[in-house]
Design a protein around this ligand. Structure first.
Ligand code: PRP
Ligand code: URA
Length: 207
């Protein structure tokens, strides 16, 4: 599996704001939005483009646009904080939704919402979820996408644990990972260490 860690001082500074337990919910959401901007830039770097001609005020010029705009899929709740920024960067993209909650005892993902186009064949899909911990939620989400014909899926995450990266790699699913940091590991509650806590709660408050 191709893994791209976005190693950039501005990304690291935004991630620091997100890690800091003193950051307010609005400060956390703002940093996530800005960091999403950088992650999407990297995720889309090698996307196929098509050329077309535009007229500048002076002369004809070659223009480009994305040949195949992606479907964006935020994983609720935490991925919601990434979707507005991603869709404003790629205005031609469409948006689908997956709701996935981790069972607090077993840490297994429990799907509760699937609002996606029927047929995803030939469509690149970007799954937006800040946290890749055990990897269970991301693998389950990508399975839902593959059942609908997706063959080109990019997981766009903020923080990953090595266990989550390994779970994606071992799943055999067609995935690329773009992430701002791979942390040390997981604690006994399957939270990423040092991580940033519960990304849903830190954006929206406790459930
Ligand atoms: C978080 C996070 C991921 C999942 C990661 O969601 O946003 O979806 O946990 O954990 P995993 O890799 O071990 O599956 P959570 O279930 O806490 O729901 P929320 O976004 O609604 O808070
Ligand atoms: N979900 C989160 O929001 N944070 C973690 O560290 C692990 C799962």
């Amino acid at each position: 599996m191709e893994t791209h860690v976005v190693d950039h001082p501005l990304a690291a500074a935004l991630l620091t704001t997100m890690r800091d337990a003193r950051s307010s919910n609005p400060a956390f959401r703002a940093a996530l939005r800005e960091l999403t901007h950088m992650l999407i830039y990297e995720a889309i770097r090698d996307a196929e483009i098509e050329e077309f001609e535009v007229a500048t005020p002076v002369a004809p010029a070659r223009g480009v646009r994305l040949a195949n705009p992606p479907l964006l899929v935020p994983v609720l709740r935490a991925g919601l904080g990434m979707v507005e920024q991603a869709s404003s960067l790629i205005p031609q993209s469409q948006v689908g939704f997956v709701g996935m909650a981790r069972d607090e005892t077993t840490h297994e993902p429990v799907p509760y919402l699937e609002s996606l186009p029927e047929d995803l064949s030939g469509i690149p899909v970007y799954v937006l979820d800040p946290m890749l911990a055990t990897g269970g939620s991301m693998v389950r989400t990508i399975e839902l996408l593959v059942e609908r014909g997706a063959t080109d899926v990019t997981a766009v995450c903020v923080v990953a644990a090595p266990q989550g990266v390994a779970a994606l790699a071992d799943s055999g699913l067609p995935i690329r990972l773009v992430v701002a940091a791979v942390d040390a590991g997981l604690n006994e509650d399957a939270y990423i260490v040092p991580g940033l806590g519960d990304a849903g709660d830190r954006q929206f408050g406790p459930r």
